[in-house]
Design a protein. Structure first.
Length: 158
């Protein structure tokens, strides 16, 4: 059932795709997928067991089925195990980039008009990739270093 704030709750089981390095995922029930999807992935915010919230996409799995990828860091933080039932809440991602923009990258782009222009010429998925790479650094210094490196790479390609 969709709530007023577009949140949908459901129960799923943590599963893993077969093969070496198989990704962990949760299946998305048809009623939920049909509420939010069309033919391509839809950006969402997912909460697992009311403990871990992350930006994600409802992706087609094939055969009319859909799934959400659950990164190792997310299932470890939520202390989930393969086959475990999980309380899931999803809502549409209203953020500009489908991820939270790291403060360090935002400040750099405010100071660098050319870097900002080049970043915004990228596809949304490439923008999210840069945002994720910068944001995944644990220290502020490393995030600044990565932001500078990525903007400089964009400038060197231009």
């Amino acid at each position: 059932m969709v709530e007023k704030n577009n949140r949908v709750h459901f129960t799923a089981v943590l599963d893993r795709f077969a093969g070496k390095g198989g990704l962990y995922y949760i299946g998305v029930p048809d009623r939920v997928a049909k509420t939010f999807t069309s033919t391509k992935p839809v950006r969402m915010v997912c909460t697992l067991n009311n403990t871990v919230e992350f930006h994600c996409a409802i992706r087609p799995k094939g055969g009319g089925l859909f799934y959400i990828n659950v990164a190792a860091t997310h299932h470890a933080k939520a202390k989930l195990t393969l086959g475990q039932k999980i309380a899931v809440t999803v809502r549409p991602d209203q953020s500009e980039y489908g991820r939270q923009m790291p403060k360090e990258l935002k400040e750099l782009m405010e100071q660098d008009a050319n870097g900002n222009k080049l970043f915004h010429e990228l596809t949304p998925s490439k923008q999210r990739g840069i945002i994720h790479y910068v944001d995944s650094a644990k220290s502020i210094d490393k995030r600044i270093e990565r932001a500078l490196m990525m903007i400089n790479r964009l400038k060197n390609k231009a």
